[in-house]
Design a protein around this ligand. Structure first.
Ligand SMILES: [Zn+2]
Length: 685
C-alpha cells in the first residue's frame, strides 16, 4: 500500500506520526504557518513522501567541471619558517632524519624486484623489510613513496636544492626499475600479489603501497617540477587502468575491502594536472560504495571501520567534488569531516582507537578504554589534509580552530626532539609514554606521513582570496605574495608566547585586507593594535578580524592571545576530564617508573581490538612493548566551579600543578612531554 493512499484517510494522531517519521523533510515556512492557523477539524491534504534515492546507484559518470574555491592556501614556495620556534625545529629535525636515509638503501627493494643490481647499501627493515628467510614486509616500498613526497614538500618549503637533487635521483632510478618491469608497473613486490588480491587471498595492501609511490611521483612533478616523475606516474596510472578495467564492478567493490588508501585522490590530481579525464575515470573505480553511500545520506556508519583506511577516501571524495562539481562527493567529504572532527575526536583532535572507530558517535569514553592505541598519527595527518579542502570551499575560522588543535597537540610533540623520528599512536591512556620509530628498522605508515608532515609546516599558515590575506596560524614565518608584490613577516614564539606580530615588509601598490583568525578558545575579543595604537574594530572568538587599508612598508599589527585554563569532558562521561591551557592540551607528569630506552624507541604499542580490521604489522613479536610496572593514576576532586580554583600556575613557564588533592600532579603541555609516563584524561569528582 502506498503512503499516499493511506494518507487520504489518516487520523490526526497518525498524521503526527507521519510527520515525525518524515522529520528529515523540511517544512517550508508557508506550510508551517498554514498548519498552525487551520481550525481544529481541518484535515490537511496528503503530503506525499518521496522515497530515498541511493546516491550512488548506477554507474559513476565523470564530467570535468571544476569548482571555484573561495580561498586558496599560498604555495609553500611563497612561505618560509623563521628559526627559534618549535615549528622550525620540527622541520629541521625531520630534514636531518631524511638526510640520514641513504637513497641506495631506500631503492634496494625496488631494484631487487626489478632484477637490477641492488648496489652496496643494506636494505631497510621493519615495514620496508625485503624477502629474508621468514621475515619480509608486504608493505615494502610504501615509505619510498612518502620519501618522494616529503622531498618535494621540503624543497617547496625551504628551496633546498640538495633535497630536490636527491628526490630527482630517486625518480630517475625508480624510472629505470619501471622500464625494466615493462614501462608501466612499478613497485617493490612481485606481480603475483595482485593475483592474490584479485582472488580474495590474504595480502597486506598492494594498492595502498603503490599509491604512496604514485603520490610521491605526483608531488615531485607538482612541487619540484620533475617531468620524468609525471611520465612515471602516467605509466603507473595506465597499469592501474588496465588492471581495474579487467575487473567487474562487483569484483572491484570486493577488492576495495583491502586497504587502498588515497589512490583515487592521486588519479584525480593527475586528471586535473593533465586535463585528461581518463585518470578520473580510473579514480572512480576506487570509490567504495558501502563507505560513501551512508555519508552522502549523512549517516554515521563508521563504527567498526579502520580509520586511516577511510580518511584518504574522504579526501578523494573532496577532490572528486573539486574537479567535477558533483555535490554528492561534497556531502561525503563534508559530513565525514563534521562527524569525525565533532563526534569522534579526543581532546587532542586525534581520532581512532586500535586504528578503528569502535563506538557509536560521541561515545568516546567507552571507545577510549578499549585499547592503549588511541589516535593514530596518520589519522591526524590526513584529517589536517581534509580540513584544508573544506576550508577552501568555505573559509570558516572554526576549521582552523580544529587544525590548530591537531597541529599543536598531535603533530608538534610527536616528533622526537633533535632525532626527527616520529610516533605511531599518540596514546591517551593513563600511564602511557611516547614511543618513537627506530632509525631504520621500523617504517610504520606514520613514519611515512610523519616525514611529509614536518616537511610542509609552511602550508596553510596563510591563505588568500582576491581581497587579501588570511592569517590562520601563528607561526613565525615570512610570506611573499609575488603576484601582488606584498610581503609580510610574522614574529611570534606562539604557543610559548601569547602574542603575535605581523609586519608589512613590502606593501605593494594596491589596498588589501589582512584577516587575522581570532581563535575560538579565547574568552573575549582580543586586543589588536596597528602601529602601537588600539584598533577600534574587534572580532569575536571564532571569527576573523579584517583590516583593510593601503598598507605602508613597516606597518605592524599585533594581537594578544591570552590563554586560560579550561576543561573538556568526554561527551559520554562528564567525570572523565582533560585540561587545556588555551589551545594546548595538558598532560600530567607521572614520572618514568619502569621506562627504559627500549620503551622509548622501537616498540609498537599495538594491541588488537575485536571487530576492527587490522592494518598493523604482521611482523609480530619484534614490535611488542616490554612490560612496565602498574601505576596508580591519581583521581581529583574539583574544589570550585572553575578549573583554576584547583589547578594553579607553577613557577616554571607553561607549568601547572593541582592543589589540595590527595596526590598532586604537575601538568605541562602534552607536546613538551617526553620520556615520561603521563595522563591526559582524569577522573574528577
Ligand atoms: Zn599510520
Amino acid at each position: 500500500m502506498s503512503r499516499t493512499n493511506r494518507s487520504s484517510r489518516i487520523s490526526r494522531r497518525e498524521f503526527g506520526v507521519v510527520l515525525a517519521a518524515g522529520a528529515a523533510l523540511p517544512l517550508s515556512a508557508a506550510t508551517r504557518s498554514q498548519a498552525q492557523s487551520q481550525p481544529p477539524d481541518y484535515v490537511p491534504p496528503p503530503r506525499p513522501l518521496v522515497a530515498e534515492v541511493a546516491p550512488f546507484s548506477g554507474k559513476l559518470e565523470f564530467t570535468s567541471k571544476r569548482i571555484a574555491p573561495k580561498v586558496e592556501a599560498f604555495p609553500m614556495s611563497h612561505v618560509r619558517l623563521l628559526p627559534g620556534t618549535v615549528f622550525h625545529d620540527a622541520q629541521e629535525w625531520n630534514r636531518g632524519y631524511m638526510s640520514r636515509l641513504a637513497p641506495e638503501r631506500l631503492l634496494y627493494t625496488f631494484r631487487a624486484n626489478a632484477g637490477l643490481p641492488v648496489g652496496s647499501g643494506q636494505p631497510l627493515g621493519g615495514w620496508e623489510q625485503p624477502e629474508n628467510g621468514k621475515r619480509s614486509s608486504e608493505l615494502r616500498g610504501h615509505f619510498v613513496g612518502h620519501f618522494l613526497s616529503a622531498s618535494a614538500l621540503l624543497y617547496a618549503s625551504t628551496g633546498a636544492t640538495d633535497v630536490k637533487a636527491r628526490g630527482d635521483f630517486m625518480v630517475a632510478e625508480l624510472a629505470k626499475c619501471q622500464q625494466r618491469l615493462g614501462g608501466a608497473y612499478l613497485s617493490a613486490f612481485p606481480p603475483t600479489w595482485w593475483d592474490r588480491l584479485a582472488a580474495g587471498q590474504r595480502v597486506w595492501a598492494p594498492f595502498y603501497t603503490i599509491h604512496k609511490v604514485m603520490a610521491g611521483m605526483f608531488d615531485m612533478y607538482r612541487l619540484a617540477g620533475n617531468t620524468q616523475a609525471l611520465r612515471v606516474l602516467e605509466g603507473m596510472a595506465a597499469w592501474a587502468d588496465a588492471w581495474t578495467a579487467s575487473k567487474t564492478h562487483d569484483d572491484m567493490q570486493r577488492i576495495l575491502a583491502i586497504e587502498f588508501g588515497g589512490i583515487a585522490e592521486t588519479l584525480y590530481n593527475l586528471a586535473a594536472a593533465t586535463s585528461n579525464d581518463r585518470w578520473a575515470i580510473v579514480g572512480d573505480r576506487f570509490q567504495k560504495e558501502v563507505f560513501i553511500t551512508p555519508l552522502a545520506l549523512r549517516r554515521d556508519e563508521l563504527r567498526g571501520l579502520h580509520a586511516n583506511t577511510h580518511i584518504p577516501q574522504a579526501i578523494a571524495a573532496a577532490r572528486r567534488y573539486e574537479i567535477s562539481s558533483d555535490t554528492r562527493f561534497h556531502d561525503v567529504a563534508d559530513y565525514f569531516f563534521q562527524e569525525v572532527s565533532g563526534a569522534r575526536s579526543y581532546v587532542t583532535g586525534g581520532t581512532s582507537n586500535a586504528e578503528g572507530w569502535l563506538s557509536p558517535p560521541r561515545q568516546l569514553a567507552s571507545e577510549w578504554k578499549a585499547s592503549a592505541n588511541t589516535a593514530e598519527c596518520c589519522c591526524a595527518y590526513n584529517m589536517l589534509k581534509l580540513s584544508r579542502h573544506l576550508y577552501g570551499w568555505e573559509p570558516r575560522a572554526a576549521y582552523f580552530d580544529y587544525y590548530e588543535r591537531l597541529l599543536l597537540n598531535h603533530r608538534i610533540g610527536t616528533i622526537r626532539p633533535h632525532v626527527g623520528t616520529t610516533q605511531y599512536y599518540l596514546s591517551l591512556t593513563p600511564g602511557v609514554w611516547k614511543t618513537f620509530a627506530t632509525e631504520d628498522q621500523t617504517f610504520w605508515c606514520c613514519t611515512g606521513t610523519g616525514i611529509e608532515e614536518y616537511a610542509k609546516l609552511t602550508d596553510s599558515i596563510y591563505w588568500h582570496d582576491d581581497d587579501g590575506v588570511y592569517v590562520n596560524l601563528f607561526i613565525a614565518s615570512e610570506l611573499d605574495w609575488q603576484e601582488r608584490r606584498f610581503k609580510l613577516r610574522q614574529d611570534t614564539t606562539y604557543p610559548e608566547s601569547q602574542h603575535t606580530a605581523i609586519t608589512v615588509v613590502e606593501a605593494g601598490p594596491r589596498p588589501l585586507t589582512i584577516r587575522l583568525r581570532v581563535p575560538g578558545w579565547l574568552r573575549s575579543a582580543p586586543v589588536v593594535t596597528l602601529n602601537g595604537r588600539s584598533l577600534d574594530a574587534s572580532a569575536a572568538p571564532g571569527s576573523y578580524l579584517a583590516i583593510t587599508r593601503t598598507w605602508k612598508d613597516g606597518d605592524r599589527v599585533e594581537m594578544e592571545l591570552p590563554m586560560h585554563l579550561h576543561m573538556e569532558a568526554m561527551p559520554d562521561d562528564p567525570r572523565t576530564q582533560a585540561f587545556l591551557y588555551g589551545p594546548l592540551v595538558l598532560a600530567g607528569d607521572l614520572g618514568n617508573d619502569g621506562l627504559t630506552a627500549a620503551h622509548i624507541v622501537g616498540p609498537n604499542l599495538r594491541v588488537g581490538a575485536a571487530g576492527v580490521e587490522q592494518h598493523g604489522s604482521p611482523l609480530g613479536p619484534v614490535n611488542q612493548t616490554p612490560p612496565v610496572p602498574d601505576l596508580e593514576i591519581p583521581t581529583f576532586r574539583s574544589t570550585g566551579s572553575d578549573v583554576d580554583s584547583w589547578i594553579k600556575v607553577a613557577d616554571q613557564p607553561m607549568t601547572f600543578r593541582t592543589a589540595g588533592q590527595k596526590r598532586d600532579v604537575t601538568l605541562i603541555p602534552l607536546n613538551r612531554l617526553f620520556d615520561k609516563r603521563y595522563s591526559v584524561y582524569w577522573q574528577v569528582a
